[in-house]
Ligand binder design. Structure first.
Ligand SMILES: NC(=O)c1ccc[n+]([C@@H]2O[C@H](COP(=O)([O-])OP(=O)(O)OC[C@H]3O[C@@H](n4cnc5c(N)ncnc54)[C@H](OP(=O)(O)O)[C@@H]3O)[C@@H](O)[C@H]2O)c1
Length: 259
């Protein structure tokens, strides 16, 4: 039987493109986000283009009760999730003391707590069935501290560390566990991160489609950490060889330039 793949944040950007990649494999999709209309439109497109089943599940992952609700809803419908793609996430530009504290805490809930709880709920079944796995969407931001986006960078450090540790724990189980680490990518991300500020990010960006294709391929090949693009790979390499204060200075300049 074909796999069932649950993708959070499938209503736009990288998540939407990942949904297309898994649909092209013939998988059944469970599409999760808040924007029902965008999810329905994507579901229609996937059914038409790939003849797959696509289920829309409207959910707000900033609410602590959401992961349990998603799990209970799917269990009641006897839908088994083989692959969990924790992609939903957002950032907020600005100094920690200046960005609204509730917004930063919401970010912890979506980027860390919901991702961890969904993993904890769906993983035991995957281990039992010896198939499927977890694809988490981290960021190159996870490799360094990020002045000007401090909480966001820290959430992605969690995603990177958590996923790599999980991959090691699950060796020999038959599951794939990967973390996709994109750099600047064309999507709705910077509009959300910038809020009311109107200037556009000046950094060259990869397309969400290219990022998703690389992430999907890395997951299928069982690669644990997938950094997208040569310049991002070089940057990550630099964070390993230079003293710790250099990457954080560069990240601070980058975030200020794009603020
Ligand atoms: N774009 C970049 O430059 C970049 C770089 C590195 C990593 N990333 C990571 O890539 C992932 C996808 O981001 P993207 O670039 O594709 O941005 P995006 O276009 O803004 O997509 C974000 C997705 O997350 C969902 N989401 C946000 N808050 C949510 C909530 N409270 N409940 C449920 N879903 C929520 C959004 O859906 P709704 O609004 O419909 O809920 C949307 O589908 C994120 O984890 C991001 O941190 C992005």
């Amino acid at each position: 039987m074909k796999e069932t793949v649950l993708i959070t944040g499938a209503s736009s950007g990288i998540g939407l493109e990942l949904a297309k990649c898994f649909a092209a494999d013939g998988c059944r999709l469970v599409l999760v986000a808040r924007n029902t209309e965008a999810l329905e439109e994507l579901a229609k497109e996937l059914r038409r283009a790939h003849d797959v089943e696509a289920i829309v599940l409207t959910a707000d992952l900033s609410l602590p009760e959401t992961p349990k609700r998603i799990f209970a809803d799917l269990s009641a419908r006897k839908i088994t999730v083989d692959v969990l793609v924790n992609n939903a996430g957002f950032g907020a530009n600005g100094a920690f003391a200046e960005v609204s504290l509730p917004r930063q805490l919401e970010m912890l809930q979506v980027n860390i707590a919901s991702l961890t709880e969904l993993t904890g709920l769906f993983l035991p079944g995957m281990i039992e069935r010896k198939r499927g796995g977890i694809l988490n969407v981290g960021s190159v931001a996870g490799f360094m501290p990020g002045p000007g986006m401090a909480v966001y960078f820290a959430t992605k450090a969690f995603v990177l560390s958590f996923t790599e540790a999980l991959a090691e724990e699950l060796i020999g189980t038959g599951l794939n566990v990967s973390v996709l680490c994109p750099g600047a990518t064309e999507s709705n991300f910077s509009n959300v991160a910038r809020g009311t500020k109107s200037r556009q990010l000046k950094t060259p960006k990869m397309t969400s489609e290219a990022v998703a294709i690389l992430g999907h391929r890395a997951f299928r090949k069982g690669r644990v950490t997938a950094v997208t693009g040569i310049s991002n790979k070089l940057f990550v390499f630099m964070t390993r060889i230079f003293p710790r204060q250099f990457p954080r200075k560069i990240a601070g300049v980058f975030n200020r330039t794009n603020d």
